[in-house]
Design a protein around this ligand. Structure first.
Ligand code: PYL
Length: 280
């Protein structure tokens, strides 16, 4: 998982309204609905104001990323679920979240980003939920994925979870990774999935792409009219490329929305069908 930087995070909170608008136009759902549908839940009838969340800054490892917890809280508030950032960090911050009545605690170290549902005693994790969020976004933009060829770039934790989710939806999945053995390992786990022999050729032939790699796709390889659903960071494309394809991207909000949705689902006695298979 590529570590976000303060500059990647800067301004995201101010862009949440534009993200909602863009998602509605591209995938037919706003951020909140996308998050819930990504984990198989219908947002209708769930009153998010009945819940309370906290974002706890975590100082372990490489430490706090400026703006990270604030941006998470702003994203969760944008979904309609009240969320505050604790004044304290780490264990003390977790205690503050509990004392202030949080139902969900969102926190991330250098290895994992989770939303912990205190009452349910279960957590959702970012690798799985980012995969679910971007697969659902692609499904919405493509008006369904069943029987359609989809290229997954990157066979890490997020890419692997994407392949599992695509298999469940009956897509025809090709996996590509610069480390071919990693792609082959994922293909072996999901019968019917194919390993790309030549990444550039596979990319140039793809109309539906999930880019879970840390490498932006070369603009000249992208087919006009392609739909590219990509949590990958850094996300840098020139204007000509951005005009010829449909891009679905944001560095943090879509994964966070699906995490919150799945964590709320634990309170409703629901667990997404693939969570048990997902690699954490
Ligand atoms: C969760 C993000 C999405 C992409 N990369 C992941 C990342 O940057 N992880 C590290 C998060 C560290 C947060 C830090 C803080 O500010 O609490 N411990």
């Amino acid at each position: 998982m590529t570590r976000l930087t303060p500059s990647m995070i800067h301004g995201l909170s101010d862009e949440l309204t534009a993200l909602d608008r863009s998602l509605l136009k591209t995938v037919g759902m706003d951020l909140m609905s996308l998050g819930f549908r990504a984990v198989g839940l219908d947002p209708a009838g769930i009153n998010l104001r009945d819940y309370r969340a906290a974002a706890v800054p975590i100082t372990s490892g490489l430490g706090i990323i400026g703006g990270f917890s604030r941006t998470i809280a702003d994203t969760v508030n944008d979904m309609g679920l009240p969320c505050f950032v604790t004044a304290a960090t780490d264990v003390n911050g977790f205690g503050e979240a509990v004392d202030r009545g949080a139902d969900l605690v969102l926190m991330a170290d250098d290895v994992q980003y989770m939303a912990y549902n205190i009452k349910a005693g279960k957590y959702s994790n970012n690798s799985y939920c980012t995969a679910a969020g971007y697969v659902e976004a692609l499904r919405g933009a493509a008006h369904g994925l069943r029987g359609k060829p989809v290229l997954v770039l990157g066979a890490g934790r997020v890419g692997t979870n994407m392949v599992a989710l695509l298999a469940a939806q009956g897509a025809e999945t090709t996996v590509a990774d610069v480390e071919r053995a990693k792609a082959a390992e994922v293909v072996a786990r999901f019968p019917g999935t194919v390993c790309a022999e030549d990444i550039e050729k596979a990319t140039a032939a793809a109309d539906l792409i999930l880019n879970a790699s840390p490498t932006p796709i070369k603009g000249e390889l992208i087919r006009p009219g392609a739909i590219i659903s990509t949590p990958g960071i850094p996300h840098v494309y020139d204007e000509a490329t951005l005009r010829k394809a449909t891009f679905i991207h944001d560095p943090l909000a879509i994964g966070t929305a699906a995490m919150v949705a799945q964590a709320i689902g634990f309170s409703l006695g629901k667990e997404h069908l693939l969570q048990k298979e997902a690699k954490k």
